[in-house]
Design a protein around this ligand. Sequence first.
Ligand code: FE
Ligand code: ZN
Ligand code: FE
Length: 198
Amino acid sequence: MMETLEQLLQDEIRDIYDAEKQLVKALPKMAKAASSTELSDALREHLEQTQGQVQRLEQVFEALGAKAKGKPCVGMKGLIEEGQEIIGADSSDELKDLAIIGAAQRVEHYEIAAYGTARTFAEQLGKQDIVDLLQETLDEEKEADEKLTDISQTLLEGVGGSEESDEETTGAGMGRSSGRTSANTRQTAPKTKRSSGM
Ligand code: FE
Ligand code: ZN
Ligand code: FE
């Protein structure tokens, strides 16, 4: 029974604690499946960060005066399952790497949402020590997400795209080009223009 915001915060922390522990197991597999050394290095680096994040959560439990104990995070389980499907899929190295990045960014966004929520609860409760711990991890997750977007941009340069994509930055990853429509939906020019090259 959830009666106080502090209990809700503790519940959120237990969920994230389990999520991070699941990730500690999953990230090595994703790193191993990546062909790009830049990508596998980034995933291994994030594994080390993730281990530090688990310890930070143990400090949060301590600050809450609670035992460090996870509660099965079903969301992370699903995201990791999707990642495993991608690893097992039959595709080219480049496309698989791009799909791994997509799966990893889903994970980062899930974590960003979870840490943002927990941090805001801690703020409301005036627990500045916990706010600082959660904010530190939140910043790491955001950085990891941006790094993945950068790697995806690099990989996309090697993959190419449609004939008119040469001067476009593609919309993969987050943020930067979110205001644009994709090359696929933007095409409103008369059809004759496109088919003339056939
Ligand atoms: Fe994390
Ligand atoms: Zn969860
Ligand atoms: Fe993360």
